[in-house]
Design a binder for this molecule. Structure first.
Ligand code: FBP
Length: 550
């Protein structure tokens, strides 16, 4: 038998909490709560989604036990791992079995590609039981294949039909749920008889809106990173000799950095959205960090903590323009680039293909960073920001700046830095109680949407700062979250990404305290996630969720 840790053995016994609507003896009925509109570009989105536009919001009401015909359901995990994925699947499985014990669940392997390539496995009770409350997506694996072409939809349908599958659940971020919406529309249009339901996943926390309070995985991942940041902060305070530059995952939005900043109170928390709003250059950011280091040095403090959001580079206006030009070069002139093996030659070819301004910036960057900026894009066309070492770039540039300040007699300290990148450390952690409960409830809700015949919906569970019994389960039309954005030179309907709201309470809180946290030493040490013990510790909500609900 496979060896599992003692914690995993205990954790397997945990029964996730559910909203009260799902704990009664009977069934549930879907209640329609009025028609919806997309968040923007209503006319265009309406035209593109003639079958699924304007669907009503759904909530559930208890009803007598209803007996339903057995149904086969498929599930896909899409994109980056997030703690709680296995619980969405176990919630979906339990919900389906409660609807009819004959219901069957199939998992497509390795992400959306598994649907097209017909790679699947049936998920049985024995299998599900070994994955309850565990981290990871390994029960069926994940992938980043983009489901967007009709040939893929048709091939997928053929495979679904062969397995008798009548409903498909896609667990993913904004891009994957956009594609879920497009698939739902297509299957409705051709009368395929397959429902499509999405579930909000991503540690980045950027799939949220009025109806989706948070994506699952954010809570656990930020708790893991905050534990590590707290440990490093205590080391910094003990040794008093290093500045730690810590890059935190979150491809685009800075929710993870903001949450960890609020939890641990480091000296500097950069927020990409603020950098963009203020039109800051790389030089401005470096000046700001160097200024804080110099101020602390005056007080004899030659140590500190800087949090850097992973997506920072794309929010610095001059870098954004450069990346935009690089994207075009990579998309349209890749064969010319591929013909150069020598990195020096490649860099000089790239700079010759850029505008004067972007070319000058490109050649001014350290070589490592210049090389990282021209690495392949992901299947959605995104720069792979997790592979760009912004933390090292900043250390290098801040070091130079401090040297210059020293020469002018404006800095007398010594600067010694360590770099860190936290991302993969948190994506597959065992879900916190919150994520275990929330993810399970999302899966269970998806089964209720299937049972009530819905398609084109995202599973939604709200009122999340209240105890789980008071959570409100329902469905939000995928089209309601969409607007039109320019992608790869074309206007496309996409689910709008939630960036950090600079007028929101979480950012306001950081702003209120950051000057004090910069020069004084106010570190907080959150410690590891607790799975057992007093509920206010085990079930604590993220700072972001709590402040947003105040
Ligand atoms: P999703 O948006 O798919 O949830 O992925 C989030 C994320 O963890 C980002 O924070 C990170 O930039 C990216 O995935 C890294 O992905 P990969 O490991 O595939 O390079």
């Amino acid at each position: 038998m496979e060896k599992i840790s003692l914690l995993q053995q205990e954790r397997a016994k945990y029964r996730p909490k559910l909203p009260a609507i799902f704990t009664g003896e009977g069934s549930v009925l879907a209640v329609e709560r009025g028609k919806t509109e997309s968040v923007d570009d209503q006319e265009t989105v309406r035209t593109l989604f003639s079958k699924t536009y304007g669907l009503p919001l759904i909530s559930f009401e208890p009803s007598e036990k209803i007996s339903l015909e057995p149904v086969n359901v498929g599930v896909i995990l899409s994109g980056g791992q997030a703690p709680g994925g296995h619980n969405v699947i176990s919630g979906l499985f339990d919900g389906l079995k409660a609807l009819n014990p004959e219901n069957r669940l199939y998992g497509f392997l390795g992400g959306p590609g598994g649907l097209v390539e017909n790679k699947y496995r049936e998920l049985t009770a024995d299998m599900i039981n070994t994955y309850r409350n565990t981290g990871g997506f390994d029960i069926i694996g994940s992938g980043r294949t983009k489901l967007e072409k009709e040939e893929q939809f048709d091939k997928g349908l053929e495979n679904l039909k062969a397995l008798g599958i009548k409903a498909l659940v896609i667990i993913g971020g904004d891009d994957s749920n956009t594609n879920a919406g497009i698939l739902a529309e297509y299957y409705q249009k051709i009368d395929a008889g397959v429902q499509v339901i999405g579930c909000p996943k991503t540690i980045d926390g950027d799939l949220k809106n009025e109806m989706i309070e948070v994506s699952f995985g954010f809570d656990t991942a930020t708790k893991v990173y905050s534990e590590l940041i707290g440990n490093i902060a205590r080391d910094a305070l003990s040794a008093k000799k290093y500045w730690h530059f810590i890059k935190l995952m979150g491809r685009s939005a800075s929710h993870i950095a903001l949450e960890c900043g609020l939890k641990t109170q480091p000296n500097i928390t950069l927020i990409s959205e603020e950098v963009e709003a203020k039109g800051m250059t790389l030089g401005d950011i470096v000046d700001e960090i160097a200024g804080t280091i110099a101020k602390r040095a005056e007080k004899g403090k030659h140590f500190g903590i800087v949090l850097i959001p992973e997506g920072l580079i794309e929010f610095i206006p001059e870098m954004k323009a450069l990346i935009g030009e690089l994207n075009d070069v990579i998309a349209h002139r890749s064969s010319e680039l591929d013909s150069k093996d020598n990195p020096d030659e490649k860099r000089s070819l790239v700079s010759s293909m850029l505008s004067e301004k972007a070319g000058a910036l490109y050649v001014s960057l350290p070589e490592d960073i210049a090389d990282q900026l021209i690495m392949d894009r992901d299947p959605h066309g995104n720069v792979q920001v997790s592979r760009i070492e912004t933390e090292k770039l900043l250390i290098e540039m801040v070091g130079e700046k401090l040297k210059a300040l020293k020469e002018k007699g404006m800095y007398t300290g010594k600067f010694s830095a360590q770099n860190h990148f936290f991302g993969y450390e948190g994506r597959c952690a065992a879900p916190s109680n919150f994520d275990a409960d929330y993810a399970y409830a999302l899966g269970y809700t998806a089964s209720a949407l299937i049972g009530t015949g819905k398609t084109g919906y995202m599973s939604s569970v709200r009122n999340l700062t209240a105890p789980a019994s008071k959570w409100i389960a329902g469905g939000v039309p995928l089209t309601m979250m969409m607007n039109i954005e320019r992608r790869h030179g074309e206007d496309k309907p996409v689910i709008r990404k939630a960036l950090v709201d600079l007028k929101g309470k979480p950012f306001e809180m950081l702003k209120k305290h950051r000057d004090q946290w910069a020069v004084e030493t106010c570190y907080v040490y959150p410690g590891p996630i607790q799975y057992f013990g007093p509920e206010d510790v085990t079930d604590q909500r993220s700072e972001t969720l709590t402040l947003e609900h105040e």
